[in-house]
Write a protein that binds this ligand. Structure first.
Ligand SMILES: [Mg+2]
Length: 296
């Protein structure tokens, strides 16, 4: 059978085989089921596989379900994975502990099949909605790259981690207003999209790239030397010179970008200051004829 790419992976963690068999029987047709009979194996599987939801027993030798749950919540990869406890323990303190250790839901054995299925579906749905909201809040709808909010959030984090050899680049499309006025906004949008794509495809690792305004983009990266940065950013400018966009009335449009670079140093107090310096360099690039890279 060809696996439906949308099939969700559920990890069943239980030390009793008959419990596992019951869940396999119940869920096996609708979900891809992975099984762990102890907590340590469960955490290993969670690290290696993409698991959408965990059904977690509480009473297990060596590592109980509460501990598995707590460890999952401490790991960025599994921090948001829905966890439903399935357990024979029905006392209030166990229920309370299940939630305080990070569980999303709690089902007592023996459970009703329809109820468990509904609870699984609810948790998967909630996770999907949260994921979609996070996407909307982080990525620019037109280009798919980071939006202004997310770019700044990540940039502050990076700056606070290490400003040594940290460079910011501000990028602006030259005469963009003219493109919009001449060919219309849909064509202007095409220009923005193709530029974002071109830059995205040519960035090095550990670089963040975002659209921070209409035709304004920013890059933040660590590099060993100014020369390397200069060369890489210059290459991005040259790549753009080779791009062609077909306007809505079938004119081939060429366009260029200007770029300003700034390096963080002892006096650079925060990310805003670094980006402001890059912006000043960008302004100089514009003032002195556009289609060029200027270092602050
Ligand atoms: Mg057990």
């Amino acid at each position: 059978m060809v696996k439906d790419t949308k099939t969700k992976n559920i990890l069943v963690v239980d030390d009793t085989e008959t419990n596992i068999d019951v869940l396999l029987e119940l869920l096996g047709n609708d979900y891809e089921i992975l099984v762990a009979t102890d907590g340590i194996t469960a955490l290993e599987i969670l690290q290696e596989e993409e698991i959408d939801l965990v059904l977690l027993d509480i009473m297990m030798p060596i590592m109980d379900g509460f501990e598995v749950c707590q460890k999952m919540r401490q790991n960025p990869k599994t921090r948001d994975t829905p966890i439903i406890f399935i357990t024979a323990k029905s006392d209030e303190s166990s229920i309370e502990k299940a939630y305080t250790s990070g569980g999303n839901d709690y089902v007592t054995k023996p459970f009703k099949a329809v109820e468990l299925l509904a609870r699984i579906q609810t948790q998967l749905k909630v996770r999907e909605l949260i994921y979609n909201l996070e996407q909307l809040a982080s990525f620019d709808a037109m280009t798919g790259i980071y939006n202004r909010r997310k770019f700044f959030e990540l940039a502050i984090e990076i700056f606070n981690t290490s400003k040594e050899n940290l460079f910011a680049v501000m990028i602006d499309i030259d005469n963009f207003k003219l493109v919009n006025d001449t060919y219309g906004h849909p064509t202007g949008d095409k220009v923005i999209k193709i530029l974002a794509k071109s830059i995205s495809e040519n960035l090095c690792e550990n670089t963040i790239f975002g659209r921070i305004g209409g035709e304004e983009f920013a890059i933040l990266c660590h590099q060993e030397t100014r020369e390397i940065v200069q060369q890489k950013i210059e290459q991005l400018r040259q790549n753009v010179e080779d791009l062609e966009v077909l306007s809505n009335n079938n004119n081939v449009i060429k366009f260029t970008i200007s770029e300003g670079i700034a390096q963080a140093d002892f006096d650079t107090k925060n990310i805003d200051m670094l980006l402001k310096n890059a912006d000043e360099a960008l302004y100089k690039a514009k003032e002195s004829g556009r289609n060029k890279v200027i270092f602050h």
